[in-house]
Write a protein that binds this ligand. Structure first.
Ligand code: GDP
Ligand code: MG
Length: 187
């Protein structure tokens, strides 16, 4: 049955969230096609891309949603978030503003998602070490802070990882860790 591309045991919707320019589309293209675009102009025209993997003998299919650039106007629709069971919350380590704006993205996510959404905090562009504007400690502290809020709301912890879509560092790890966490809750 695995030869049938429509077959799966689990289907997860995952959304990419964060300011314009942080590298959402490139993280996705790195993960799905192992490709990077120097000068990506956002419109690819598809709402989501899918990735299938085996976890404990089960075929897990992830539908990973990317924006078409609407985040520039802070106008992600509720359809974007609807039924998402996981989210990558992405900022650019060279752009402090993108880190500070995460609070808004998290509250939007929490307002729109009906269920426990597994979150992972992703500091992208970690190849740009000399331009770093967000300290690892600050990101860790923020993730711990959100995890604490989550506990009182009976939600989930927020993990943290730094990635580079450019050199591929930790990209696979970020996505697969998230998918594994979602699977633990779903099985
Ligand atoms: P999005 O608006 O969040 O989808 O961001 P994009 O994926 O379109 O990336 C915005 C810009 O940042 C593009 O010029 C990318 O080439 C660049 N970019 C994305 N990820 C990285 C990265 O990990 N390292 C570096 N140096 N540049 C990146
Ligand atoms: Mg994009």
């Amino acid at each position: 049955t695995y030869c049938d591309s429509n077959y799966y045991d689990f289907l997860f919707k995952i959304v990419l969230v964060g300011d314009s320019g942080v590298g959402k589309s490139n993280l996705l293209s790195r993960f799905i096609n192992n490709e990077f675009y120097d000068n990506s102009s956002t419109t690819i025209g598809v709402e989501f891309q899918t990735k299938s993997m085996q976890i404990q003998g089960q075929l897990v299919k992830s539908q990973i949603w990317d924006t078409a650039g609407q985040e520039r106007y802070r106008a992600l629709t509720s359809a974007y978030y609807r039924n998402a069971v996981g989210a990558l919350l992405i900022y650019d380590i060279t752009d402090k503003r993108s880190f500070e704006n995460l609070k808004k993205w998290v509250s939007e996510l929490r307002n729109h998602s009906q269920q426990n959404t597994v979150l992972i905090l992703v500091g992208n562009k970690c190849d740009l070490t000399t331009q770093r504007a967000v300290k690892i400690e600050d990101a860790e502290r923020y993730a711990a802070h959100e995890s604490k809020i989550s506990q009182t709301l009976n939600l989930l912890d927020m993990a943290f990882i730094e990635t580079s879509a450019l050199n591929a560092k930790n990209v696979k790890v970020a996505f697969t860790n998230l998918i594994n966490e979602i699977y633990k809750l779903a099985r």
